[in-house]
Design a protein around this ligand. Structure first.
Ligand code: GTP
Ligand code: MG
Length: 532
């Protein structure tokens, strides 16, 4: 069996590089199959049957339109042996497309006689608990910091969910390899950057391997040989054509690939589809080096200090509850921008909790060199080279300081620059300006409009206010949600109008001193409570 929670615990203690994790996971996914099972299943018998094809290294069960088993073999060859032995569905009602995938259905020939003595299967959860239940759990914690770790634990990807995500990519690869045998399909974004939440989409890209390697191959020897290849007027057109064909394949032949949408005219052309066997919403695009660097950068930040992920998950959940983020695209802040804002805040602490991108670049060695489209996107990949922070602030402090920091940030004048770790003058007038860390002069939050930014600021101020004024002991006695739990309840209409009145005409300095005085009061009353 695979261990239950804390998917990144192993990664962070062993400090694997991003590339190492990717390679291991992709290799594991290639040795994996998915089997739809009957609801009453004898686990032992299934494993016994499978082991006639090879050693089963690990497995787990999960619920998704019935019971499913993910099976990891030790050897890739076992899958061929299994595929050789399984049947093709009879074509009585439907015609089947004879594409042989790694998705199978297991049935019992004589269900009645085999029933009865089976031990109940352990089903690994693939989604997180509803916010309502989370709030109840949070109320039982003993500090805001432990509340934040509880939220992290409930929301983060599990080991099992990560395996499923890589399997989804690997199943898509089975199609792309039919055309491009060297191609791989890799996840990026929150599936791999340590900030993924159960239920989030799988962003994957099609990679055609190392073009640099081929370039150097050509330079050797007295001759030159190159492939004859189809030439198109632009890279974009090539991308669109490839995605169009792969999209058609998934739509026509992919078991359980439904709602395939080709969005080829977008800035970044992609194919969207639902993958029913794994239950994921997937976005497939063609290799985008900058997005991969962003994923690796966030991976590094997420591995450096346990407070980083706890704060990001908390802020993301908070933003979602208050309607600051939305799964549909629009003028609201994206999770990606929000994560960058948290990183920036952590760079601004004294002493900083995470290094700036320029500092990470300073630690890079020869093999970390990445020049993409003329921009230097190099930074260190070996986590051991980064000195741990001396900052010991608790998450209680960091959460409330986050709200205060952005509640009072001069968005009109300043922009957020993670490369320098400094506020710098806005180069243009977008309401929220967050520098793309790898492409000069691009704003990753260009989509955010003034009302959305103002809503964010108002919510941040309200949250800072709630945290400062609250009397935890009393709230616990009154069985009222306190700390983080209080922040995850929508601030009712009455609340927000109160807030508007409070904020009307007060400058940020006034608010700051008001908050400071409240902090003192609160500290006094807590001391009193403890003294009793
Ligand atoms: P969730 O899916 O919300 O959990 O987070 P995510 O980080 O995966 O975001 P999303 O699926 O929207 O995007 C996937 C990846 O695309 C991100 O991690 C970024 O690397 C990249 N990306 C998304 N939005 C932008 C953007 O506005 N600018 C740039 N440069 N990259 C982006
Ligand atoms: Mg995503």
């Amino acid at each position: 069996h695979v261990s239950g929670s804390s998917a990144y615990a192993e990664v962070s203690t062993r400090k694997k590089t991003f590339a190492e994790v990717q390679t291991e996971r992709l290799d594991q996914a290639e040795r994996t199959v998915l089997i739809k099972c009957p609801s009453k299943l004898n686990e032992k018998k299934l494993l016994q049957y499978l082991s006639s094809h090879g050693d089963v290294k690990s497995h787990f069960f999960f619920e998704n339109r019935g019971i499913n088993a993910l099976i990891e073999f030790s050897e890739k060859g076992s899958i061929a042996s299994l595929q050789d032995a399984v049947g093709i569905p009879s074509a009585s009602e439907h015609h089947v497309v004879p594409f042989k995938s790694r998705l199978f259905t297991f049935t019992l020939k004589n269900p009645v006689s085999q029933r009865g003595e089976e031990a109940p299967l352990h089903l690994s959860p693939q989604c997180h608990i509803p916010v309502k239940d989370l709030i109840e759990k949070l109320c039982l914690a003993d500090s805001i910091s432990s509340q934040m770790y509880i939220l992290l634990d409930e929301h983060q990807l599990t080991e099992e969910n990560i395996r499923l995500r890589f399997l989804a990519c690997s199943l898509v690869r089975d199609f792309t390899c039919a055309y491009f045998p060297d191609s791989t399909v890799k996840p990026f974004g929150s599936s791999v950057n340590t900030f993924g939440k159960l239920g989030s989409d799988v962003d994957m890209f099609l990679d055609f391997g190392d073009t640099e390697k081929h370039a150097t191959k050509m330079k050797k020897g007295p001759f030159e040989m190159e492939y004859q290849m189809k030439r198109l007027p632009s890279e974009r057109l090539a991308t669109q054509r490839i995605l169009s064909v792969i999209g058609d394949c998934l739509d026509n032949f992919g078991p359980g690939c439904v709602n395939v949408q080709k969005i080829l005219n977008a800035r970044c052309p992609l194919v969207k589809f639902s993958h029913q066997p794994t239950g994921f919403q997937c976005d497939l695009s063609v290799s985008n080096s900058i997005a991969i660097r962003s994923s690796e950068l966030l991976y590094i930040y997420g591995c450096l200090d346990s407070r980083v992920r706890a704060l990001v998950f908390t802020i993301r959940c908070w933003a979602r509850v208050h309607g600051l983020t939305n799964s549909a695209p629009g003028t609201w802040i994206t999770n990606f921008s929000l994560t960058m804002m948290v990183m920036f805040f952590l760079q601004r602490r004294s002493p900083p909790i995470i290094p700036t991108l320029d500092q990470l670049k300073g630690l890079a060695d020869e093999k970390d060199k990445h020049i993409i489209g003329g921009y230097d996107c190099s930074f260190v990949s070996d986590l051991r080279k980064i000195k741990p922070t001396k900052n010991t602030e608790t998450l209680d402090v960091l959460l409330s300081e986050f709200f205060e920091y952005f509640g009072n940030f001069d968005f009109r004048k300043n922009s957020i620059n993670l490369r320098k770790g400094k506020e710098v003058n806005k180069p243009e007038s977008s309401p929220l300006y967050i520098w793309n860390p790898f492409e000069q002069d691009l704003n990753i939050s260009k989509n955010v409009n003034q009302p959305q930014l103002e809503k964010f600021i108002a919510m941040a101020r309200e949250s800072a206010w709630i945290l400062q004024k609250e009397d935890k002991t009393q709230q616990m006695i009154d069985k009222e949600p306190w700390g983080l739990a209080a922040l995850l309840i929508p601030f009712g209409k009455s609340n927000s109008s109160k807030m508007k009145n409070r904020m009307k005409g007060i400058g940020s300095e006034t608010i700051r001193s008001l908050l400071d005085s409240l902090k003192l009061n609160n500290a006094n009353s807590q001391q009193k409570a403890v003294g009793k």
